[in-house]
Design a protein. Structure first.
Length: 283
């Protein structure tokens, strides 16, 4: 099957260092001096997890703002859907690679005559306030800050700003997600599947950490990994993205991922999105 590139008209890009425009087509903010400001050189807020659709706009915007020709872009295998081998941008084919050992919140662009730049990827499902704050923070000094720190700090800043305006703050990170292995490694029945019980809320604040925890679970999982969702109170688009990414990684390792005991509200969400037809559901 040949992937079809969906193109969109891109408005003139803002110069480096200007405030991000929420709702613009390519939502990108770069540090004034890439490579000298910390762990990342800026941030990008894509509209979706479809790399085929999103990468051409990013490549074009970065090229316009930095005056550089992108040779290759690398993304995390678990953070994106439909990762192509190459994309067309500016009349050129740009190679797309993937990695699985670094932080999934990053994307790297390699150029012909300059050092690569690393961008923080703000999840597509992020609300305007936290996303805008993350774009600004990532373009400033980020020495010593991990990608997850930038997103968490941005969420706090956006919440504090709403409090100052007298409005109700958004949900904060106290809504946590935890996992419990019902049969810890070395003590469970070897013939039984690996069963993990999730509890709490799977949302923008918890999905990144949960993804890392579940990737660790896959390293010792049996051929069948069951996620018990009976104690999951809520799940948003970021949480669904975690489930899809973990299923994709599990397949590459010969592991079948199944979901069990979802509450009615989560069951409806899985049905509406079609995930109950792509990820096995146990009664």
């Amino acid at each position: 099957m040949t992937a079809t590139l969906l193109s969109r008209s891109t408005p003139p890009s803002a110069p480096v260092g200007t405030d991000p425009v929420i709702g613009s087509d390519v939502r990108l903010r770069l540090a004034p001096v890439p490579g000298l400001r910390g762990t990342v050189d800026g941030a990008w807020w894509p509209h979706s997890r479809d790399a085929t659709v999103e990468l051409p706009g990013l490549i074009a915007a970065v090229g316009q703002r930095l005056g550089l020709t992108t040779l290759r872009v690398a993304v995390h295998v678990d953070a994106w859907d439909h990762i192509p081998h190459s994309v067309q941008s500016g009349g050129r084919q740009v190679k797309v690679g993937w990695f699985d050992s670094a932080d999934p919140r990053l994307v790297t662009l390699t150029f012909a005559a300059a050092e690569p730049i690393i961008l923080l990827v703000v999840p597509a499902c992020t609300a305007d306030g936290p996303a805008g704050a993350a774009l600004v923070l990532a373009s400033q000094g980020t020495v010593g800050l991990l990608p997850v720190d930038l997103l968490t700090n941005a969420a706090h800043q956006a919440g504090d700003a709403r409090d100052a305006d007298g409005e109700s703050p958004p949900c904060r990170p106290e809504h946590s997600i935890s996992i419990r292995d019902s049969a810890p490694l070395g003590r469970g029945d070897r013939s039984a599947p690996t069963t993990i019980r999730l509890s709490g809320e799977i949302d923008i604040f918890t999905s990144a950490e949960l993804r890392e925890d579940l990737l660790g679970v896959l390293r010792y999982s049996k051929s069948l990994l069951i996620l018990d969702l009976s104690c999951v109170a809520a799940c948003d688009a970021c949480g669904l993205g975690v489930l899809v990414g973990i299923q994709r990684r599990a397949k590459t390792m010969g592991i079948t991922l199944s979901l069990a005991a979802a509450r009615p509200c989560l069951s409806r969400l899985l049905h509406v999105t079609g995930l109950d037809r792509t990820i096995p559901m146990l009664a």
